[in-house]
Ligand binder design. Structure first.
Ligand SMILES: Cc1cc2nc3c(=O)[nH]c(=O)nc-3n(C[C@H](O)[C@H](O)[C@H](O)COP(=O)(O)OP(=O)(O)OC[C@H]3O[C@@H](n4cnc5c(N)ncnc54)[C@H](O)[C@@H]3O)c2cc1C
Length: 471
């Protein structure tokens, strides 16, 4: 029976990054699917390739935890900068989210004039910049050293900021731009929903700053699909694809891991499955109770993939903001990503497009098959009609293939109903799970634990985990 130092379960961003940092150990990365990357994977359907969820790549710049990890392992991703990170279209008005602050400010002042726009956006940008220069960012529990490092991190955070960064985002908005229109407010909330999975009413000033400043960083397009990063990143890692872990038993000095193909013993286990879908793997009551103690984050994604035959040139990323909620969702907006025309893999038969918005995860569960299909069609048709209204050069007949995914689809393929991560809010900050657990040798990584979702957030969590497992 194979005897391991570390078994990593899941090849999402978290599982892949931590594996790539520990190739010197006796480590196996298990992935139930044939595609690597989970929510950030790329898959093939019929003759075309599509991104399953994530399409924007951020954090590849100096001082950022993600770039530091890539530098440590000498990995250079195959990426291309999107000069206009996101084009936001709201009632025919256009706001280009670009990195250059003055260009953005001019644009926002034209669309949503306000005397305090400069000070409002400058303060957010300053907080964001300072945050990414923090040196001691840490959050872990269950050992004295972990608590000390966390305390050190909080002290650094408090001494570094002149603003009260844990005050509510809404009070900051009210201090500077309290009389803004509903449209401007929707613009802010829609941007927050895609970057930090929450709206301004539940979050701190720090989250507001990080969420709205996302496009002040370099935003990249990943050539050949987001999933191709994982194929390149994991070249030196022992990856077992199409091998699902079914059960993990805690024994005296190791964990017994039972997969769909074999049985393994490992001193340490790193779970990249979402925190809500993990208890079923264990029979140990204490471990089960631990994972069941986290209240489910009922948020997920509705994703449409399509291939579009068009000669037009498009940007990589758009966000369309509507006046009302999209049927069966919790959002007024949807995000559209186009493959680059010159991308030989994704654009081989036309543009590969991923459209996504936010829904409740459990909404799609308790329906008959018919109801489920009908509801899916309603949401898909509504989004596609809005898409066509906003892109007048695109005709319905140019869409070659189209299909959509709900939380049920995500569960089937990558084992999670909740998607896009859990926002760290004012209410849940102290309950946020850490990479360490109360059980020796058992760890978590990914977007349902600190520091949250996406490449930049998960990279912070990976750095903390790497320090915990390597002393
Ligand atoms: C629609 C959508 C759009 C998004 N857009 C962006 C974006 O543009 N940019 C960005 O940075 N982030 C984006 N995100 C967020 C980002 O994709 C996620 O936060 C991130 O990919 C989650 O990574 P993770 O490490 O938590 O692993 P996950 O993606 O959850 O992957 C976990 C992996 O574990 C595997 N697994 C689970 N259980 C088992 C088991 N028992 N045995 C073996 N394998 C198992 C799964 O198959 C999966 O591959 C988006 C998310 C969604 C849903």
């Amino acid at each position: 029976m194979p005897n391991l130092d570390i078994a990593v379960i899941g090849s999402g961003i978290g599982g892949s990054l931590i594996s790539s940092l520990n190739t010197h150990k006796d480590l196996i990365l298990f992935e139930k699917e044939s595609n690597l990357g989970g929510c950030a994977s790329t898959f093939k359907r019929k003759k075309n390739f599509y991104n399953a969820g994530a399409t924007t790549f951020v954090g590849y710049e100096n001082n950022h935890p993600l770039k530091n990890i890539f530098d440590k392992i000498n990995f250079i991703p195959d990426i291309k900068k999107s000069e206009i990170a996101i084009r936001v279209i709201q009632n025919k008005k256009i706001i280009n989210r670009v990195k250059d602050f003055e260009t953005f400010l001019k644009n926002i002042n034209e669309v949503y004039p306000h005397k305090n726009n400069r000070i409002f956006w400058t303060n957010l940008k300053i907080i964001d910049e300072k945050f990414w220069h923090l040196k001691k960012l840490y959050y872990a529990k269950y050992s004295i050293l972990s608590y000390l490092r966390t305390l050190n991190s909080i002290l650094e955070l408090c001494s570094f900021f002149k603003f009260d960064i844990f005050k509510s985002a809404n009070s900051f908005i009210n201090d500077f731009i309290n009389d803004i229109s509903q449209e401007y407010k929707d613009f802010i909330d829609s941007q927050l929903l895609i970057t930090i999975q929450s709206s301004s009413k539940d979050i701190s000033l720090l989250s507001l700053a990080l969420g709205l400043s996302y496009p002040f960083h370099d935003v990249f397009y990943v050539n050949n699909g987001m999933g191709s990063i994982f194929d390149d990143l994991l070249q030196n890692v022992n990856v077992h694809k199409k091998e699902e872990i079914l059960q993990i038993r805690k024994e005296e000095s190791f964990y017994r891991i039972i997969s769909s193909k074999n049985e393994y013993l490992s001193k340490r286990v790193i779970l990249n499955s979402s925190i809500y879908d993990t208890s079923k793997l264990f029979d140990d009551k204490k471990i089960k109770n631990y994972y069941n103690s986290f209240s489910f984050s009922d948020q997920s994604a509705f994703v449409i993939n399509l291939t579009l035959d068009s000669k037009e040139i498009f940007l990589n990323h758009y966000q369309i903001i509507l006046d009302d909620n999209i049927p069966n969702t919790i959002s007024k907006s949807f995000f559209i990503s186009f493959s680059s025309k010159e991308d030989k893999r994704l654009s081989k038969n036309g543009y590969s497009i991923t459209i996504s918005t936010h829904t409740k995860a459990v909404f799609w569960n308790n329906m008959s098959k018919n109801e489920y299909e009908q509801n899916k069609q309603v949401t898909q048709d509504f989004i596609i009609n809005s898409f066509l209204k906003n892109f007048e050069s695109v005709k319905k007949e140019d869409i070659i293939d189209i299909f959509s995914a709900t939380s049920k689809t995500f569960k089937r393929f990558i084992n999670r109903y909740n998607c896009g991560g859990k926002a760290i809010t004012l209410k849940n900050i102290l309950q946020t799970p850490s990479c360490t657990t109360p059980f020796k040798g058992l760890y978590n990584v990914g977007d349902t634990i600190f520091a949250g979702q996406g490449w930049p957030g998960i990279a912070i969590g990976v750095n903390v985990l790497n320090r915990e497992i390597n002393g």
